[in-house]
Design a protein around this ligand. Sequence first.
Ligand code: MN
Length: 287
Amino acid sequence: MKKRTVANITKSEHLDMGGTKVKQPLPTRKVEQVDPFLLLHHFGPTTVAPGTDPLGVGPHPHRGFEPVTFLYSGGIRHKDSRGNEGILGGGDVQWMTAGRGIIHSERASREFLEAGGTMEGIQLWVNLPKEHKMAQPAYQDIKAAQIPEIVEDDGKVRLRLVAGGYKGKRGPAYTFTPILALQAAFAAGGYAELEIPEHFNALLYILHGEAQLNGNFSYQEETMLHFRDDGEGITLRAAADTQALLLAGMPIGEPVAQWGPYVMNTQTEIMEAMRDYQMGKMGVYVE
Ligand code: MN
């Protein structure tokens, strides 16, 4: 396998978003986006006593892209302006299409609040092409058990296929543009060759642990590696128990106009989004 080389290495910036601590490897000053991936937030792991919400994000709007939540542990209660309500548990994924507009909140679930525990996850913003930015809002609630697992290296490597095709299997998430999303868990010493489709932009985010890339340098947790489109994939050998997320997608290649929670193609469309939100066109959120 011809290996892809590294274009950029970014360390997560630590941000405090109204009491919620998040690590942000994308965007950074150096890497604005890895088209179609716009933003990656790693929240937690935060361990709390009963009664504390380590997440607690109140109602806010989105338009023009897809916010995706990979919950590694904990419990989240999601509620939106279209009357949807859902609970995510450890291992679950929520693939939301904000499309023309949605207002939602993301808070600890009642069960988590009662028991306390550890909350950890990733929120990823996947851009939508112009023709689908105003799609009907929707969300795919993907339970852990629906995600196919590919086991390699005698069980030392477990790949959970959330989106796209991989080694004859298909991930459950529907996406508007071709995307591969693989949650990779390595036991210390585990080795895998990860294939990446040609012409897909690709990044690897290491949540925990340490892994040697392509038999060469090693990278530690909270690092994002962005690859060039110059090979068929990458190899990883874990130096410790390691959790990583491989994201690859066909680039959209359109202008990006972003302001806060809206991602459109032009500034005019951003102004329209702000106005539509104020006029109640994204629905009304009822607590
Ligand atoms: Mn949100």
